[in-house]
Design a protein around this ligand. Structure first.
Ligand code: C2E
Ligand code: MG
Ligand code: MG
Ligand code: MG
Length: 287
């Protein structure tokens, strides 16, 4: 504890913060061992064609099967991994596992992986991807890399070089969580992504807020005019789906079509989806 402070000084450090820091240090040291212990899992969530409802891609979403705490979501440990070089080994494991899994799928769906900006800076992601694709004999055209615009904050030129290398290998690049960061529009001039993923904070308000509808329509039109496809994240209701279809959003992802799951299941794919939400007649969004 801190000594030498005057009487009456408020010491925020104890005991709550101390305990929090301790828990965090513990998680960090366990995180360092978790790859070797085989505690990570990839879950896969379908991304469907907005017109036909066919599954086109599965996004790989990491989970940590912690021996004591159970299944932990990425929001709890990815930021921690990003603060050290732990993200490199973890990211390497994701690349390797996603390729191995996709190579065994019963249909040639694409696999979309999330790559952290720090991972891109600290390691040679294109080389790691190339090696994994070759090892598992996976066509590079079947892999998508999702990255947020924060990749451009530190060294934009270096980021563009890496993204171009991935593109040259035949991969697709997606700009994740579009609309939530800073000066999103200026980054669109730096690199032409194959697709934009509209953040689910916009999708959630569709149908409740007419300004949101205007914003989403503008994003879809902007993307299309720049030659990019658009994926809507977090589609949960038939109402949201109807609006997004009317706006000609190219792909949809969300609990309405499927939650992230440890296995890709053919039963929940195309045929079932066509009978489900997408079978509804196309409703025009209010102008
Ligand atoms: P993201 O890439 O934007 O992934 C979409 C998140 O939205 C996932 O959360 C997914 O489960 C959730 N989601 C999908 N549909 C719905 C819906 O209809 N409603 C709601 N409420 N949520 C939905 P998850 O799996 O917790 O992942 C959170 C974030 O963690 C991801 O956001 C991504 O940024 C990061 N992440 C996940 N896996 C990896 C990974 O392998 N590497 C890295 N670097 N980051 C990862
Ligand atoms: Mg993503
Ligand atoms: Mg996203
Ligand atoms: Mg997100």
């Amino acid at each position: 504890s801190v000594k030498g402070e005057g009487r009456g000084t408020v010491r925020f450090f104890e005991p709550a913060m101390e305990a929090q820091l301790q828990a965090r240090r513990q998680l960090e040291s366990e995180l360092a061992l978790a790859v070797a212990r085989g505690e990570f899992r990839l879950h896969y969530q379908p991304i469907v064609n907005g017109r036909t409802g066919e599954i086109e891609t599965f996004e790989a979403l990491i989970r940590w099967q912690h021996p004591v705490r159970g299944l932990i979501g990425p929001a709890e440990f990815i930021p921690l991994a990003e603060q050290s070089d732990l993200i490199v080994g973890l990211g390497q494991w994701v690349i390797e596992t996603a390729c191995a899994d996709a190579a065994r799928w019963p249909r040639p769906w694409r696999v979309s992986i999330n790559v952290s900006p720090s991972q891109l800076r600290l390691s040679d992601v294109p080389a790691a991807v190339a090696a994994a694709l070759e090892r598992h004999e996976l066509d590079p055209a079947r892999m998508v890399v999702e990255i947020t615009e924060s990749v451009f904050i530190q060294d934009a030129d270096a980021a563009v070089v890496v993204l171009n290398r991935l593109r040259a290998m035949g991969l697709r690049l997606a700009l994740d969580d579009f609309g939530t960061g800073y000066s999103s529009l200026s980054y669109l001039q730096l690199f032409k992504f194959d697709k934009l993923k509209i953040d689910r904070t916009f999708v959630r308000r569709l149908g409740e807020n007419s300004d949101t509808l205007t914003i989403v329509r503008a994003i879809v039109n902007l993307a299309h005019n720049l030659g990019m496809h658009v994926t809507a994240e977090g589609v949960e209701t038939a109402g949201q789906l109807a609006i997004l279809r009317a706006l000609e959003c190219d792909q949809m992802q969300g609990y309405l079509f499927g939650r992230p799951a440890p296995e890709v299941r053919i039963a929940e794919t195309d045929a079932a989806l066509m009978r489900g939400p997408l079978a509804a007649p196309l409703v025009r969004a209010a102008a």
